[in-house]
Design a protein around this ligand. Structure first.
Ligand SMILES: Nc1ncnc2c1ncn2[C@@H]1O[C@H](COP(=O)(O)OP(=O)(O)OP(=O)(O)O)[C@@H](O)[C@H]1O
Length: 344
């Protein structure tokens, strides 16, 4: 299958700080890809690397088989709509279309005019006088009429009200289906991405945490809920030293040790051991994404290759939002290794 975006150990550093690191992804063509993550996670950095506006510090990236921004032909194949939906305030809607026609060899003027008319944008109106939603639609029209093979949008609907956002994303989906376009868009709004995307990338702390088709991601992640047998972490730590651990518990503790963090008890080494100790009750072969404990109950979000059957735990389904939030949880991210990609 052709890759629309392929990155191998891709990294970008600003000064001494990594904005993106060890990013390895392979996105097949023909998808609407959602890129989600907290502020400062590296989303814009990845999108700018993909559109050739930034050069990598480490690793490599190809887009539609070529180096981003490498040749005029490559530039023509990729459209980019930046975060602030850039339009020229002093130019009219019609002047934007004329500029687009002059700058883009594959420009589809008929489509641009038809779309502008359908959206009710008046050609003689200056972009500076348009509403935020209208400006976003104008910027999307320019991106689509360029007739790219890949359209990259950095938080395109962030400033729009829910109705305008709905219309914007609807238009994007229709255009993607009609023109067999691959799309990569970033957003903070998982509900938006859930509606339009058939491939998701979660980026946290400059690293890709997970990537794949939403149904596959949901099939491999579960919520495990069970009683917290010993709600006091200190008692649990001392219990560990009194050699009352079940056979084999040490091995399991070692297996999960760097995968688990307790959102409320992470102060000392003893506490850390206590939190690792709790995970020894989880079924084997799980990757712990997040862990939460109340006095009486423990809740884990875990990734598993197969179904989880363990009478000690209630296994529940996650929504996509639950899954993304579990990965985005900064309190657990620190102690987690980057998860391998789920290929779709
Ligand atoms: N030009 C720059 N110079 C220095 N640091 C930068 C620059 N651009 C981004 N960064 C830093 O790189 C990190 C990633 O930034 P980036 O804009 O890619 O994040 P983001 O996920 O798009 O965030 P947001 O959701 O807030 O737009 C941040 O810590 C940011 O401060």
């Amino acid at each position: 299958m052709t890759s629309v975006l392929k990155a191998q150990a891709l990294g970008k550093r600003y000064g001494r700080r990594w904005a993106l690191r060890e990013c390895t992804i392979d996105i097949p063509a023909g998808h609407v890809v959602g890129l989600v993550g907290p502020n400062g996670a590296g989303k814009s950095t990845l999108l700018k690397l993909a559109s050739g506006q930034l050069e990598p510090t480490a690793g490599g990236i190809t887009v539609l088989g070529g180096r981003p921004g490498g040749t005029p032909a490559q530039l023509a194949k990729v459209g980019f709509v930046a975060q602030e939906t850039p339009v020229y305030a002093g130019l009219t809607v019609a002047e934007h279309l004329r500029l687009g026609a002059r700058l883009n060899p594959r420009w589809d003027d008929g489509m641009a005019r038809e779309r502008i008319a359908r959206l009710g944008l008046v050609p003689t109106h200056r972009a500076g006088k348009l509403s935020g939603g209208q400006r976003a639609q104008l910027a999307l029209t320019l991106g689509l009429a360029k007739r790219p093979d890949l359209l990259i949008l950095d938080e395109p609907a962030a400033a729009l009200d829910p109705l305008a956002r709905h219309e914007f994303l609807q238009g994007l989906m229709e255009a993607a289906a009609e023109h067999e376009l691959s799309v990569v868009l970033s957003s903070h709004l998982v509900s938006d991405l859930e509606r339009v995307c058939d491939y998701l990338i979660v980026l946290v702390d400059s690293r890709v945490q997970i990537a794949g088709k939403p149904d596959q991601l949901l099939a491999t992640h579960h919520r495990l809920t069970g009683p917290r047998r010993d709600p006091d972490g200190r008692q649990e730590a001392s219990a560990r030293h009194s050699a009352r651990l079940p056979d084999g518990a040490h091995a399991v503790v070692a297996q999960h040790r760097d995968q688990v963090s307790d959102s409320r008890h992470e102060v000392s080494e003893g506490r850390h051991e206590a939190s690792a100790r709790r995970s020894d009750r989880l079924p084997g072969g799980l990757y712990v994404v997040s862990a939460r404990h109340t006095d009486r109950q423990s809740t884990y979000v875990v990734r598993a290759d197969g179904p989880v059957h363990d009478p000690a735990w209630t296994v529940g389904r996650l929504s996509l939002e639950d899954l993304v939030l579990a990965y985005m949880d900064q309190r657990t991210a620190e102690n987690r290794r980057a998860a391998p990609e789920v290929q779709g």
